[in-house]
Write a protein that binds this ligand. Structure first.
Ligand SMILES: Nc1nc2c(ncn2[C@@H]2O[C@H](COP(=O)(O)OP(=O)(O)O)[C@@H](O)[C@H]2O)c(=O)[nH]1
Ligand SMILES: [Mg+2]
Length: 452
C-alpha cells in the first residue's frame, strides 16, 4: 500500500444539488487546511460556524466546520469536515481550494481504506459500510449494520482463536516425535477438529444467507435442446422474454432476468441447449452455458418427462457429473403430455420436480422449492451481511480442516495436520483482513464510491 502521509479530500455526500453538502478531509495537514480555508484554528470535536474564502479573499460560502483529531476519527487520522450549501459549484470551489493547499482528491473507498489500515475497522466492517449504503431492502440493511457492528468479525475471530489453540498443541506434539500420535490422541485433537468443522459449517450457513441478501440467488436453467427451458423462463417471469419454437437450438445467447420471490432476488439464466453442434454461434452459446453452470448457486436441469426412468443415461447428464448434487434439481417438464401430476421429490438425490412449463402446472412448487433452496427464513433474521469472497474463504477453511482430519486419522502425520491448520487460519484471517494482499485490498476498496 502506498504511504499515507498525504492529505486527501472528497465530497462525502451524494453529488448534485441538495440542502447541504459535506466535504471530508483526512491526513496530517487537515487542521492546517481548515485554518487556511476558514481563518480559524479548529476546536477538537466542536462545530464551528465558518466562512470559506477564495484565494482572492472573496467569500465562497459560509457553513460549518468540525475537526476530529486522530486517532479518534473515522480514518484514525486528523479529519476535518466542512458542511456547505449543497451546490455543485460551491463544492467544486472548495475542493479546488483544498487541492491548492496541497490536498489530493481521494480515490474511491480511500477513507474506508485508511480506516482499515489504521485498525479502525476490519475488512468485513469496511465492506459492510459499502453494503449498507447499497442495500435495497430493510432486511439487507439490518444485516449490513450487524456486520458493521462487528458481529461477523467476532464469529471469525472466535474461530481463529480455536484454530490457534489447536495449532499450539499440534506443533508442540511434533517435538515429541516418538510419542507424537499418543500426544495428539491425549489432546483429543480429533474431536476438537470435528467440532471446528461444525462451527465453520454453521458460520458458512449464516454467511450464505447474508450473501444471498446482497447478491441474490443465481439459478441457471439448463438441459438438452427443446426440453422447454425458454418456456420455463417465460413462465417464471410471467412474460414472454425468450423466443420459444419447436426448432432445437433456438436459444443461442444467454437470457437473464431477475424475479423477486417474496423479497429474495433470483437471477434466472436461460441457456443454449447442451449438445454437440457445428454451428459456431450455437457452440459459443453452449460454451457460455457451461460457464454459467459453473457459477450458479442452483441449477435446474430440465428433462422431458418421457425420460423419467432413463435420464441418467442421457448425454446431457454427463455435463452434471462434476456438479455438487445439492445444487441441482432435475425438473421433468411436459408432464401434460404424459398425464402425470405435478409433484416434488425433495429427498431423492438429485432432487426431482415434475411440472409443465406451458400449462404452468407445478410452477408454484418450483417457486417454493427455490425459496427453500435460498434458505431464507424468518429464523435466519439475526444474521449478518456477507460476500462471496467470505463464502469462498469459509469453504476453503472447512476443506483444510477436513484435510487435517484425514492427515491425523489416516496418515497419522502431525506435521501435515499443523500445515493444514496454518491454511485454515490464513483463510479465516483473509475474511477480516488480518491476512491480505494488496491486490485483494485494491479490488475491494476500488469498488466503493468516492468519499466513502
Ligand atoms: N406440451 C408441452 N410442450 C412444451 C412444454 N414446455 C415447452 N414445450 C414446447 O417445447 C418446444 C421447445 O420449447 P423451448 O422452450 O423453446 O425449449 P428450449 O429449447 O429448451 O428452450 C416448444 O414447442 C414449446 O412450446 C410443456 O410443458 N408441455
Ligand atoms: Mg430455448
Amino acid at each position: 500500500m502506498e504511504k499515507q502521509n498525504d492529505t486527501i479530500c472528497a465530497l462525502a455526500t451524494a453529488a448534485g444539488k441538495g440542502g447541504v453538502s459535506v466535504i471530508r478531509v483526512s491526513g496530517p495537514q487537515a487542521p492546517a487546511f481548515c485554518r487556511k480555508l476558514t481563518g480559524d484554528t479548529p476546536e477538537p470535536r466542536q462545530v464551528s460556524l465558518s466562512k470559506f474564502h477564495a484565494a482572492s479573499g472573496e467569500l465562497i460560502d459560509s457553513g460549518l466546520s468540525i475537526f476530529f483529531p486522530g486517532p479518534r476519527s473515522f480514518t484514525g487520522e486528523d479529519v476535518c469536515e466542512f458542511h456547505c450549501h449543497g451546490s455543485p459549484v460551491v463544492v467544486d470551489q472548495l475542493l479546488a481550494r483544498l487541492v491548492e493547499f496541497g490536498a489530493r482528491l481521494a480515490r474511491p473507498g480511500e477513507f474506508s481504506e485508511r480506516a482499515f489500515l489504521n485498525d479502525k475497522l476490519d475488512l468485513t466492517q469496511a465492506e459492510a459500510i459499502a453494503d449498507l449504503i447499497d442495500s435495497s431492502t430493510v432486511q439487507a440493511a439490518r444485516h449490513a449494520v450487524r456486520s458493521l457492528q462487528g458481529d461477523f468479525s467476532r464469529l471469525i475471530r472466535n474461530l481463529v482463536a480455536q484454530v490457534i489453540e489447536l495449532r499450539v498443541y499440534v506443533e508442540a506434539s511434533i517435538d515429541f516425535a516418538d510419542e507424537e500420535i499418543d500426544f495428539l490422541a491425549s489432546g483429543n485433537i480429533l474431536a476438537r477438529l470435528q467440532a471446528l468443522v461444525s462451527a465453520v459449517d454453521l458460520t458458512l450457513a449464516q454467511a450464505k444467507t447474508g450473501s444471498l441478501l446482497r447478491e441474490g440467488l443465481r439459478v441457471v436453467i439448463a438441459g438438452a435442446p427443446n426440453v422447454g427451458k425458454s418456456t420455463l423462463l417465460n413462465a417464471l417471469c410471467g412474460q414472454e422474454v425468450a423466443i420459444v419454437t419447436p426448432i432445437p437450438g433456438t436459444t443461442r445467447d444467454m437470457l437473464q432476468r431477475e424475479i423477486n420471490l417474496d423479497g429474495i432476488v433470483v437471477h434466472l439464466t436461460d441457456t443454449a441447449g447442451l449438445r454437440q453442434s457445428d454451428d459456431p454461434v450455437e457452440s459459443e452459446g453452449i460454451l457460455r452455458a457451461r460457464k454459467a453452470l459453473a457459477e450458479a448457486d442452483h441449477v435446474l436441469l430440465l428433462v422431458d418427462a418421457a425420460n423419467v426412468d432413463d435420464f441418467q443415461s442421457l448425454p446431457v447428464w454427463q455435463e452434471f457429473a462434476a456438479l455438487p448434487l445439492h445444487q441441482l434439481t432435475v425438473v421433468f417438464n411436459k408432464i401434460d403430455l404424459h398425464q402425470m401430476p405435478p409433484m416434488i421429490q425433495p429427498a431423492t438425490v438429485p432432487q426431482k420436480l415434475f411440472l409443465s412449463a406451458s400449462t404452468r402446472a407445478g410452477l408454484d412448487l418450483l417457486k417454493q422449492h427455490l425459496k427453500n433452496c435460498a434458505g431464507l427464513t424468518p429464523a435466519t433474521d439475526g444474521g449478518f451481511m456477507a460476500r462471496r469472497r467470505h463464502l469462498v474463504a469459509l469453504a476453503g477453511a472447512k476443506e483444510s480442516l477436513k484435510q487435517a482430519i484425514h492427515c491425523l486419522e489416516d496418515l497419522k502425520a502431525g506435521e501435515l495436520v499443523a500445515e493444514e491448520l496454518r491454511n485454515v487460519q490464513k483463510q479465516l484471517d483473509e475474511i477480516t483482513g488480518k491476512f491480505t494482499t494488496d491486490d485483494l485490498l485494491g479490488a475491494i476498496f476500488s469498488s466503493f464510491c468516492i468519499g466513502k
